[in-house]
Design a protein around this ligand. Sequence first.
Ligand SMILES: [Zn+2]
Length: 402
Amino acid sequence: MTSNQMEEKYYLDDAYTTAFRAKVLSCEKLLNGHFAVLLDKTYFFPESGGQLSDKGKILNVDVVNVREDDAGRVVHEVTAQVDGEVSCDVDWEARFDHMQQHTGQHVLTRAFIEIAGMPTVSFHMGDETCTIDLEGKGLGDQTINAAEDLANAIIWGNREVSARTVPLSRLKEDALRRSLPEGVTDARVVEIENFDAVACCGTHVKRTGELGIIKVLKHEKVKGSVRVHFVAGRRALLDYRDKHGVVKSLANRFTTSVDGILDKTEKLSKDAQLLRKELQKSIKRLAAFDKQRLLAEASTHKGRRFIVHLCEAGDESYLNLLASACKNEAGTIVFLGSKDGHVVCAASPEVSIDLATHVVGAAKEAGGGGGGKGDFARVTLPDSVDVREFLEKVSSYVKNAV
Ligand SMILES: [Zn+2]
């Protein structure tokens, strides 16, 4: 960093001032209709190092994004032109949230080094949760709990978080958690009292107690590392509130206590499994009954038994089951439809007819579609088609073809 850049970036020395006055140095129109503003000094933090950009106002104009340009200057993207001496306001609620997540990352990263010897290789701050990618192949719940416990002990110890700029010549790089990039002349070292030190240009809380709590939400393997999702501070409160709401709703719905939810869901799951089995048995019995009825009502043509029937009830899977049962009777060709536009057709193997070509072709002509092969076809018809008429029509084609 050069001394000039350090002077204008006031957020580096003071992360808590959010209202200030500054002079607009330039205001240039962007292709998206917004304007890029340079100020003589700023407390707006530009997106970097995984920390999200600040938002806020310059005069009454929205600051929608803040970034550093290639020359290291802080560019404020605003929605309308501004000029002269201006009052500026950083959105404190969002900034403090970012400070909690970002400082929380410092704490959690060091905790995983202490507990599991796993350094962080990257950090991402999202609008709802944050992630760190840890070097390593796996992570168990016990290790996560131990790291989480250590991180929260550091938070509740209310340790000081300090930042100082140190020339490279006076810096013991070994003491830093992460090595410095090539070519830097000095480093802004952020230290958590007797716990962690790293070069960082983000915004941090003054004491770890301001984080309140940190909670790991889940972890997953990602390209040779382990991604840990976490929330800190107010986000952890909101996460707890949401999940507590879900748990309370479940307890009310199952008329049990919060502690009884697991037993209750286990019992419901077993009951549902038994009911599914009973239902399958009943459906098979019904199909056997319907099959006998349809066989009795079937017409014959050239020695073949023709069943053409619109089912009053039953879904597509029931049509499949019934059609399969009917075609097991030698010499049978069956055409079944449901009121919601499903049609299933099947023929006994020895009938030897390309049923699928007839049925799928007719369905396509009618604006529907489907598929099948040889002695079996399954199609769906649009609402405008009368299913009974379609069954009559397609069975007539087939009668002429046998
Ligand atoms: Zn930092």
